[in-house]
Design a protein around this ligand. Structure first.
Ligand SMILES: NC(=O)C1=CN([C@@H]2O[C@H](COP(=O)(O)OP(=O)(O)OC[C@H]3O[C@@H](n4cnc5c(N)ncnc54)[C@H](O)[C@@H]3O)[C@@H](O)[C@H]2O)C=CC1
Ligand SMILES: O=CC(=O)O
Length: 333
């Protein structure tokens, strides 16, 4: 009998099935069914006799409590990404369904994106490019607007997990002081990475660059609002490659337009893609606003994508062969 894999992602099922080709000798036959865009009743029906579920890499299709309850024989929900806030992992745990993420396969990618964004903001790269292409030569103006080196500055990391640590590691040659806020104080990491612990408000007041690397949870939703943005220095920049709902987007748009802070880079939005009247899209269209917006790509470049696919497929194969999955986020196995 063939294993049944239900894919929540919009990728064609034949494409997903082909990824298992090298493993078919080990696991036997398998069939992939895509439920993207199907009516809810059909999705629930397909989940009932599935062996494995692959979560949606575009994060559009949620896996809620009712879906977890329908997974009568599912051995693993494999999410092909780091974040899993679109899955009710606690409900899955209550029904005995393990949920795994990609085990940090794109942590380095997000760290590199974050450092790139900080340099581009501090040096106002987008403005310099736009003006030069338009025939301008804003050399002096850029210095007057405020363009800075990273060396000698303070970088505040919010969330010293996998990504936060990769950022801290890569910051060492830049000769910055690195501070962090996390719900857990990590003295080993402090020694190893040369970072210092701060309360959130102190980190915001001290830092020249603030980057956010916490997951979206009920505690982190709205963590950075108007009050927090107003604590930052007017010369500081904010980078959010984590999740849109962690930052009050309306307040951030005002912060960059009204110069409470010097700039921001945003990769993630409360609604993706953001509509044309989204406050950050509108702010980015204004002259001189130092705002970099990207389409949720920090952890989704070509290298990252192949590492994530490889990890996910191998994890699924491990489970189909009767082994224990890695990178489970909702229970101890
Ligand atoms: N834009 C993109 O393409 C990508 C975005 N991400 C986002 O980055 C997030 C972080 O990823 P990882 O570093 O792998 O996660 P992780 O789980 O390794 O680290 C998260 C850190 O945040 C801390 N934290 C959790 N709740 C907190 C709170 N209320 N206050 C302070 N600290 C808190 C944890 O203690 C932990 O140290 C993901 O959840 C995802 O949302 C991840 C990969 C790609
Ligand atoms: O947002 C991307 C992820 O891997 O999480």
């Amino acid at each position: 009998m063939a294993f049944k894999i239900v894919s929540m992602s919009p990728l064609p099922p034949q494409f997903v099935e082909a990824l298992f080709d090298p493993y078919k000798k080990e696991v036997g036959d398998l069939r992939v069914v895509s439920v993207a865009g199907l009516p809810r009743e059909r999705v629930l029906e397909e989940l009932r006799d599935a062996d494995v579920v692959i979560g949606d890499y575009t994060f559009q299709m949620r896996i809620d409590a009712e879906m977890c309850a329908a997974m009568e024989r599912v051995r693993l929900v494999q999410q092909p990404s780091t974040g899993y806030d679109h899955i009710d992992v606690e409900a899955c745990a209550r029904h005995g369904v393990p949920v795994a993420n990609a085990g940090g396969a794109n942590a380095v990618s997000v760290a590199e994106y974050t450092i790139m964004a900080a340099l581009a903001l501090l040096k106002r790269l987008l403005y310099a490019h736009r003006e030069t292409v338009a025939g301008g030569w804003p050399q002096w103006r850029l210095m007057e607007m405020g363009t800075f080196d990273l060396q000698g500055k303070t970088w505040g990391i919010i969330g010293l997990g996998r990504i936060g640590r990769e950022v801290a590691k890569r910051l060492r040659p830049f000769e910055v002081r690195t501070v962090y806020f996390d719900k857990v104080r990590m003295e080993d990491a402090e020694r190893e990475l040369g970072v210092e612990y701060r309360s959130l408000s102190r980190l915001l007041r001290e830092s020249d660059v603030v980057s956010i690397h916490v997951p979206l949870t009920s505690e982190t939703r709205g963590m950075i609002g108007e009050g927090e943005l107003r604590m930052m220095k007017p010369t500081a920049v904010l980078i959010n490659p984590s999740r849109g709902e962690i930052v009050d987007e309306e307040a951030l748009a005002r912060a960059v337009r009204e110069r409470w802070i010097a700039g921001a880079a945003v990769d993630v939005y409360s609604r993706e893609p953001p509509p044309p009247d989204h406050p950050l899209i509108r702010a980015a269209g204004e002259a001189d606003v130092n705002l970099i917006l990207t389409p949720h790509i920090a952890g989704a470049n070509t290298d990252a994508r192949s590492r994530i696919i490889q990890f996910s497929i191998e994890n699924i194969v491990r489970v189909l062969k009767g082994g224990k999955p890695e990178a489970v986020v909702n229970m101890r196995l």
